[in-house]
Design a protein around this ligand. Structure first.
Ligand SMILES: N[C@@H](CCC(=O)N[C@@H](CS)C(=O)NCC(=O)O)C(=O)O
Length: 214
């Protein structure tokens, strides 16, 4: 019996389904064969209703017994500490994995998310396009030269980078065949497919109970 609980929203609109970041933690647990439960906080009133668990009112957060961790990257590193399947144990392999986890968050997602928000807001001239293009081009070179980001094997860094990159608007921004192949390779893993299907089912079940409640 595991003490791991992944916390997500009780419901979200259709748009973000399949992309809510609890999927990162589900996916890591599936890869590692770690048992976990999923529990929810209300989506309505999220700005204020669970700030003691996630100070920005967001999800996911992870609990492991009495320990609680917010930020999906921190949750992933916590899970990686439990399983060599997510991160090698030799110092060089571990350092490389952590480095690429931070790069996924702080060099790539730090650009893709604000770029995506501007796109979604209908900005005609997205002023982040140049920055976004150069980061994605640099990454294209990296994944053109290696199959996995760190330690010559799948790690939690690939899980996170692929999750950042698989967003459809990001995928359709420019032609980057090595990155396309990389994202396809990582998201073809059975653990991703299960985590993705489970998240979709979680929110479909939420729809059903909302309509049953009238
Ligand atoms: N940096 C945070 C970002 C979390 C995040 O953006 N969560 C989204 C769902 S994927 C959310 O809760 N959005 C609702 C909101 O911001 O009000 C992490 O990686 O955990």
């Amino acid at each position: 019996m595991s003490d791991l609980t992944i916390w997500t929203y009780d419901w979200v609109p259709r748009g973000p389904r399949g992309f809510v970041r609890d999927l990162r933690l589900r996916w890591a647990c599936e890869e590692a064969g770690l048992g976990y439960a999923v529990q929810t906080v209300p989506f309505d009133g999220r700005e204020t209703n669970h700030l003691s668990h996630q100070p920005f009112g967001q999800v996911p957060f992870l609990s492991d017994g009495a320990l609680e961790i917010f930020e999906s990257g921190a949750g992933l590193l916590h899970l990686a500490g439990k399983s060599e399947k997510l991160m090698p144990r030799d110092p060089a392999g571990e350092a490389e994995t952590v480095q690429w986890v931070i790069a996924a968050l702080n060099s790539i997602e730090m650009v893709t998310v604000p770029w995506w928000f501007l796109e979604m807001s209908g900005a005609k001239d997205n002023r982040l396009a140049g920055w976004m293009g150069s980061r994605l081009e640099q990454l294209e070179k990296v994944v053109g030269e290696r199959e996995w980001l760190a330690a010559g094997r799948f790690t939690v860094a690939d899980l996170l980078m692929a999750d950042v990159l698989r967003v459809s608007k990001v995928r359709s921004f420019g032609d980057r065949p090595a990155t396309d192949a990389y994202v396809t390779r990582v998201t073809s893993r059975p653990a991703f497919r299960k985590a993705h299907a489970d998240q979709l089912e979680h929110f479909a079940a939420a729809d059903r109970s909302r309509s049953a409640a009238g």
